[in-house]
Design a protein around this ligand. Structure first.
Ligand code: ARG
Length: 587
């Protein structure tokens, strides 16, 4: 274990047990970075109450801190312990310990981050675009954030199941199929734009549906046939699904998103489970008939007038809806997939829907054995005017055009850099693609996922500040040191010695990688990892400014600094990869 916070927490717990008895070993010592030392243990204050109770005499937090320190075994790990204020315990780590742990990380394929010994089965549901509709910036964000969560969970050794809950079912398919028949299925098969331009296709179908009664009637009949599983209708439906899948895969490939066709479990997948789900809710006495519909009233949900809010399981016309599908999905994920944790990476506006669905699932007993259902809310994406992102002409922004523009702007910024070498056209193009796409992805990942976020090209494509290009550039600058030295980062073995305060600060920061990854996974908040990487790059910059590497005063110092460079590089590249941001070899 190399994370100082975790190591110290263990030692403090041992001291608590030794000083106050084993029942205190469970107390959370809360070890945090501090202004006055490397870390601070904040535990004495919270022990005042239980110890006062036990000892029958009012306890003083400073005295408690002294008792803990007297039992604290941190030989070789901590060089200085001080009690400050009302009982904070300030801890300064020993330089030798930090250096040794950094050396361990350098020699370890996993940078000193252990795999979870008891992996959990976690379903990460993300992207979930709709068939026969263009993906929008909201889907872009759920796709990027969800992919990062899946990658991070996998790195930690969890049993990650990616799940793309594609919207591929519902009444609009009646009109879409009829429109497809009017155009001719062959058009879809040769990827003709009359079908593959999804927005135009959808709008044309809608327009006919609204203006042509004969078409509307055919569409309704078609829905009935679709729901009955009529083979010809299912084949046509599949044609539409396939056109959309090709489009989704195109977007995923360009973004470097790890979703494949095997990860798709669309709404249609749960079709056969809707009846049994409604039946189970009825049998368990949870669902009731209200105004002809089958509904559940989960406790605590009220409408504007204080009236109880229902989850509609079956409409009065007998049809099922979005909520029914989500209930069937939870039931399946519990009973069949046996998930320990399900992370729904979906827009924040659907928060009430999920809260209510989770509540019904709990009533039905589907959330069992510590299973966790979490809505990882994704905030809206706004334009620089603070409104929902639109094109200048006021239309919806097409994803492909957005990415093209990012890459084009990345190219312009890239050309302004001071390059060590010149690049041929193909190399430049590959780098610029990685920078443009990386910039868009990192911008999504670096802010708290549930906050609204302003899509601003100028900010995200800058080579300064907390941006993708800045971190990519930082990594390539380190690679260029090794090129100048005529060695490879893989051959840097130190030994790491910490003499300059900037070396020590960098090494200490590097040891926090595992904790950052873990906390990003636990909270399903990739921005925690992004923040760690940005701070690592800043820490590296002050190291680089204060500690010459190739012109180090002696060979041992040079080797130590090269090792710190190599460890920083691998941590940056690994961390960016966990976020799904590529790092070009050269820039
Ligand atoms: N297809 C939906 C949309 O585009 C998102 C699906 C979210 N997931 C779910 N289990 N309901 O808004």
């Amino acid at each position: 274990m190399s994370d100082p916070q975790l190591v110290l927490a263990d030692r403090v717990r041992a001291a608590l047990a030794a000083a106050f008895g084993p029942s205190f070993a469970d107390t959370d010592p809360v070890i945090r970075p501090s202004q006055f030392a490397d870390l601070q243990a904040n535990v004495a204050m919270s022990l005042v109450k239980p110890l006062t109770q036990e000892r029958g005499e009012k306890q003083n937090p400073r005295r408690i801190a002294e008792e803990i320190v007297a039992r604290l075994d941190v030989e070789g790990l901590v060089s200085k312990v001080e009690i400050s204020g009302p009982g904070f315990i300030n801890l300064t780590l020993a330089d030798g310990w930090i250096a040794a742990r950094a050396q361990d990380a350098l020699e370890d394929d996993r940078l000193g981050v252990p795999e979870d010994e008891n992996p959990e089965k976690v379903i990460v549901e993300y992207s979930s675009p709709n068939v026969a509709k263009e993906m929008h910036v909201g889907h872009l964000r759920t796709t990027i954030v969800g992919d990062a969560i899946a990658r991070i969970g996998e790195f930690l050794g969890e049993n990650v199941v990616r799940d793309n809950h594609v919207g591929d079912w519902g009444t609009p398919f009646g009109m879409l199929i009829e429109h497809l028949l009017d155009i001719g299925v062959a058009a879809a098969e040769r990827d003709d734009s009359s079908v593959s331009d999804l927005t135009a296709f959808y709008q044309a179908a809608r327009q006919k549906f609204d203006s042509d009664p004969e078409f509307a009637a055919r569409s309704r009949t078609r829905v009935v046939r679709l729901q009955a599983g009529d083979p010809d209708t299912m084949r046509l439906w599949q044609v539409l699904v396939d056109v959309s899948k090709r489009y989704f895969n195109h977007v995923y490939a360009r973004l470097g998103v790890t979703l494949t066709d095997d990860d798709i479990k669309g709404e249609s997948f749960y079709n056969d489970l809707l009846n049994p789900t409604a039946q189970e809710l009825t049998d368990k006495g949870i669902a009731e008939i209200s105004d002809g519909a089958l509904v559940v009233f989960p406790p605590g949900f009220k409408g504007r007038e204080g009236d109880p809010l229902p989850v509609i399981v079956r409409k009065s016309d007998g049809g099922y809806n979005y909520s029914t599908t989500d209930l069937a999905t939870i039931r399946y994920r519990s009973d069949t997939e046996h998930a320990d944790r399900v992370i729904y990476v979906v827009g924040a506006p659907q928060s009430l829907h999920f809260q209510m669905a989770f509540s019904v699932a709990r009533m039905a007993g589907w959330v069992k054995g510590g299973m966790r259902l979490e809505h990882a809310e994704i905030g809206n994406v706004l334009g620089t005017d603070g409104k929902i992102l639109r094109t200048r002409a006021g239309g919806t922004v097409k994803l492909a055009e957005l990415l093209d523009e990012a890459v084009e702007r990345a190219g312009a910024e890239f050309d302004k850099l001071n390059h060590d070498e010149s690049f041929d056209a193909a190399t430049r193009e590959a780098i610029v693609e990685a920078v443009g796409i990386g910039a868009v992805k990192y911008a999504d990942l670096s802010v708290a996922r549930d906050s609204e976020y302003i899509f601003d090209f100028d900010r995200m494509i800058s080579f300064k500040g907390n941006t993708g290009p800045y971190l990519q550039y930082a990594a390539t600058r380190i690679r260029s040191i090794f090129r100048k030295a005529g060695t490879s980062p893989d051959d840097a073995h130190g030994p790491i010695r910490l003499e300059d305060p900037a070396e020590r600060a960098l090494a200490l920061h590097l040891l926090g990688f595992g904790a950052a990854v873990k906390s990003a996974y636990e909270a399903a908040e990739p921005h925690r990892l992004a923040t760690f990487l940005f701070e690592l790059a800043s820490s590296y910059t002050s190291f680089y400014e204060n500690c010459p590497v190739l012109k180090a005063p002696d060979e041992a110092t040079k080797q130590s600094r090269l090792a710190l460079c190599a460890l920083t590089l691998r941590t940056l590249v690994t961390g960016l990869d966990l976020l799904g941001v590529p790092t070009p070899e050269r820039m």
